[in-house]
Design a protein around this ligand. Structure first.
Ligand code: C2O
Ligand code: CU
Ligand code: CU
Length: 506
């Protein structure tokens, strides 16, 4: 009797609780499988290669680019029209290209109806006022002239909107472009550089669609990363293939997705050479069969082909650390095709990659004048959410610092303006693919990353630069902070104006 009563008292709730837990886990696994259900492709559409935008030149010898942000409709998925945004077109942007030493003037016209936005030059070394962060708001109908002198090594940079709280939305709708920087090294080294032929940008983005073709932000339940699409677009092309005519081809990979991390490789297991990370060429090519990129990160890879060869670029399960729930959604099970590359029967022989690409003397960590610690968790950094009027860090212009970053979950730490070297991860030297200059680094839960950060000499005590998580919804929800560059500590202001404070904003 007593035993039966006990069983009823404890057993029924236990069964209920277990049932709920099983249900939640089952749903997560089901959604995880759906998330990875990008699946295999048939490769029926030629890859779109965004054109290079030819600059004009003005009386001061500047390279002038005119960009118009506009809304339109694009056939992203066969037979469907999707309302999208783009630059000088309805989706994505032409590619900008300039060389070290060039002075550029970029007129960014906001042709979007009723929406203010900004355009941020991700990875660019420039004054804060030209950075295009959340403070450089461009209202509808306005034109923002951004001008600076290119002052950094060759790299594959990119640009995207950065309005406070709406970055995910504006990027997801399609305003993304690549900015290629050249320098003496990149122009003289024997590396593939014929744009669109053996030097090809690959902007990889996942999207989901509603039945009427409109974009959908598909958020699997309990997922904390943000939207994870079930279709992959490369340069806006769904189900793409690309034909190559040379034995070596360089691909500039950009993860332009709001949340998803990719682990790029080829289905036949072939290896390739990574020649550049976010902020430029590595000292020497690193041979590998996988390169993992979290949102905002870039890598340049060189792949070799034989006549008639076919290779499928694929994303293998990404390694995000050890968060079980996240891993179900965008982790070890998240594997799918991205692009098929077809080699002609006749290939032009490319020169072999040099063993050494560039050389630099890494700044001595002993030169660092300050060490700061950042912990990313919840929707905040060091317990604080983004506040446009608060100055979080004051940094001496032209200095080198050590930034120590750690996290409770999978995040990607990005710092505007700078380039940095990963000094160590949990005290150990970084893996070879993290051996070059970076502006964004993927963080794994529970690990600690020491970054050696070079700050350029653009003191401006009234205009901040951002640092934030590049998982876009994390940034939008407040995982961002601001630093200013000063010549003298006393120059530091206590608070900044809020450009959104005039009621004109949504
Ligand atoms: Cu692409 Cu503030 O970043
Ligand atoms: Cu940036
Ligand atoms: Cu994050």
């Amino acid at each position: 009797m007593r035993i039966i009563r006990r069983l009823l008292i404890w057993g029924v709730p236990a069964v209920l609780i277990l049932g709920v837990i099983a249900g939640v886990i089952g749903w997560r696994i089901y959604e995880g499988a759906r998330a990875s259900n990008v699946g295999s492709l048939t490769f029926s559409n030629p890859l779109y290669v965004p054109p290079l935008l030819e600059p004009a030149s003005d009386a001061q010898g500047r390279k002038v680019f005119d960009l118009t942000l506009e809304a339109g409709q694009t056939e992203l998925i066969e037979g469907e029209l999707t309302p999208t945004w783009g630059i000088n077109g309805s989706h994505l942007s032409p590619v900008l290209r300039a060389s070290r030493g060039d002075e550029v003037l970029i007129n960014v016209h906001n042709g979007l109806d009723g929406e203010s936005t900004t355009l941020h030059w991700h990875g660019m070394d420039l004054p804060a006022l030209m950075d295009g962060g959340p403070h450089q708001l461009i209202r509808p109908g306005e034109t923002w002239p951004a001008t600076w002198t290119i002052n950094q090594q060759a790299a594959s940079l990119w640009f995207h909107p950065h309005p406070h709280g709406s970055t995910t939305d504006h990027v997801y709708r399609g305003i993304v472009g690549m900015f290629i920087i050249d320098d003496e090294d990149s122009k003289s080294l024997p590396i593939p550089r014929q744009y669109g032929v053996d030097d090809v940008p690959l902007i990889v983005q996942d999207k989901a669609f509603n039945d009427d073709g409109s974009l959908r932000k598909r958020r699997p339940p309990f997922a904390s990363l943000g939207p994870l699409g079930d279709e992959i677009l490369v340069n806006g092309t769904h189900d793409p293939y690309f034909e190559v005519r040379t034995t070596l081809v360089r691909f500039r990979l950009l993860n332009g997705s709001p949340a998803r991390t990719y682990s790029f490789g080829f289905t036949d297991g072939r290896s390739f050479s990574v020649i550049a990370s976010d902020s430029g060429l590595l000292e020497s090519p690193v041979e590998t069969d996988r390169v993992q990129l979290s949102p905002g990160e870039r890598a340049e890879i060189v792949v070799s082909f034989t006549p008639g060869d076919e290779a499928t670029l694929h994303s293998f399960g990404a390694d995000l650390g050890q968060d079980f729930f996240t891993e179900r959604l965008n982790g070890a099970d998240d594997t799918f095709d991205i692009l098929q590359i077809r080699a002609s029967q006749q290939l032009d022989e490319s020169s072999p990659l040099p063993e050494q690409l560039v050389s630099w003397t890494a700044p001595d960590a002993g030169e660092a004048v300050a060490t700061r610690s950042f912990r990313l968790s919840g929707s905040s950094i060091n317990g604080q959410r983004m506040d446009l009027t608060r100055v979080d860090e004051v940094v001496r212009a032209g200095s080198t610092e050590i930034w120590e970053v750690s996290t409770g979950g999978p995040h990607t730490f990005h710092i505007h303006l700078v380039r940095f070297l990963v000094l160590d991860v949990d005290g150990e030297p970084p893996p070879p693919l993290l051996g070059g200059w970076k502006d964004s680094v993927q963080l794994q839960p529970g690990r600690s990353y020491r970054l050696l950060v070079r700050f350029a000499d653009y003191a401006d005590p009234t205009s901040p630069f951002m640092f934030h998580c590049h998982i876009l919804e994390h940034e939008d929800s407040g995982m961002m902070g601001q630093f200013i560059l000063v010549d003298e500590e006393d120059d530091a202001p206590r608070s900044l104006p809020d450009p959104y404070g005039d009621g004109q904003e949504d």
